[in-house]
Design a protein around this ligand. Structure first.
Ligand code: FES
Length: 150
């Protein structure tokens, strides 16, 4: 368990109760997922029941209880992206990295998720890697895009 890191994150939020989502975001950004021991420590330190913390985690797709890759790839499969061939883009990424959606590469460099409409329908099909959005992605572009993260 990495107590100093969690303490540092908690220290950024003097008012804990209204900022639980922000705290969880920071913890996930650091560890690339939400480790159970750290969550229990946050619960103890903030006196927020662990059940309440888990109900928030389960409500937001963004949070993960499983370790994620250093680079998080989200392929939008919302209607506009689906119509413009998002499944083929997902297949190309999946084939390139040899993982299925919901999985991470063995070296933990990448994880692959599907999302529903990220609000960039005019860019369909859209892919988000970490904070970067790629629009009108074709399966052929996948190798070039992923190379930037190797
Ligand atoms: S459906 Fe993909 S961004 Fe809206």
């Amino acid at each position: 368990m990495d107590i100093p890191t969690v303490d540092k994150i908690l220290g950024k939020f003097p008012e804990v109760k209204g900022n639980l989502i922000g705290i969880l975001h920071e913890v996930q950004n650091h560890f690339h997922y939400l480790p159970e021991e750290e969550l229990r420590y946050i619960s103890k330190k903030t006196r927020i029941p662990i059940t309440q913390i888990y109900s928030i985690i389960n409500f937001y797709n963004r949070f993960s209880l499983k370790p994620k890759g250093e680079n998080e790839i989200c392929v939008c499969l919302g209607t506009a992206c689906h119509v413009k061939g998002a499944e083929k883009v997902l297949d190309a990424i999946s084939g390139n990295l040899n993982i299925q959606k919901g999985e991470s590469t063995d070296d933990m460099r990448f994880s692959l998720e599907e999302v529903r409409c990220i609000g960039a329908c005019s860019l369909a099909p859209a892919v988000v890697i970490n904070e970067e959005t790629y629009g009108q992605v074709s399966p052929k572009q996948v190798t070039t895009i992923l190379k930037q993260y190797e």
